[in-house]
Design a protein. Sequence first.
Length: 376
Amino acid sequence: MKFIFYTHSLISDWNHGNAHFLRGVMRDLQRRGHETLALEPAGAWSRTNLVKDQGPGAIERFHEAFPQHRSEIYDQAFDHEAALADADVVIVHEWTEPELVERIGRIRRNGDPFTLLFHDTHHRAVSAEGDIASLMLKDYDGVLAFGQTLRERYLRAGWGKSVFTWHEAADDALFRPFPNIEKTGDLIWIGNWGDEERSAEISEFLIRPARNLGLKTTVRGVRYPDDALDELRNAGIAYGGWIANADAPSAFARNKVTVHIPRRPYVEHLPGIPTIRVFEALACGIPLISAPWDDAEHLFTPGCDYLLADNGEEMEKSLRDVLFNADLAASLTAAGLETIKARHTCRHRVDELLTILASCGTSKVAASLHPREAAE
């Protein structure tokens, strides 16, 4: 089948975690013999900022790291009708411009036989409800929501015909342990500042514990304001700026522990939805300690796959425990990695996607279900 993804950007992961997931999903679809194509807007904010921050070489690095992926950039003159003429499945991300969301729905309504899905991986359904409520989704066959609480929000509001939970996951072809890399640091956090959605939490659960324990700590991410950079510097924390997602596994491997600091809208309004970094970190076999987060869907087992710290003092204690208790660190590493392998890889999500497509009546999907078993 031919899958077309309308995404904010596949090329750029600058403050754009959805690119991580789509790259992994597209990789696994290709592995199963499907054709994939990403379409992204000419003025994509993430790609524009990536080039401004890192120069055009960052785009070249994407193509070197992911030579199998095709992404075309569309502008105002782009012929979407022609582009979708031979598509079997079209998945439209929620950052797509509203007028284009409606136009693609109209193409579907006018007789094109592809299955059309809307993909939501953000908190705007609760934090900017009007943005989602105004979208024309009546011609879409279904909505993919990246958590059960988000799915329930769509159902209550009557947005879309059918709504399915479709969590993000780790691309384990990329995110895996590298045991032979020497550990040169204690603590790493890979995360963006977050529009003041977790600034207090970053101070409480990362900066102060790292300073108090005297840990060799690295922060990678973007959009840190000057006062945040000053706070990192005063705590003795090294700030490295943007990191390409393809380089994150080796960065995890060079450190002994990482943390998860969720954004406040997810904690308060969308429990059960972690950031994709939780999946990716655990897939790399690094012990993880999380700030308060309600794993409402039981994706993981707190205390086994990762440790949960309710406040900064607990975070400091947990960091000390992991760093000075090799057995605890090894147990967390093994359990988290096993959970990812059993339930949360992009292969699992493609299995789920094909099942969703079958329920939507996609004509070609039956032959694509679980091809590994069929081959055996």
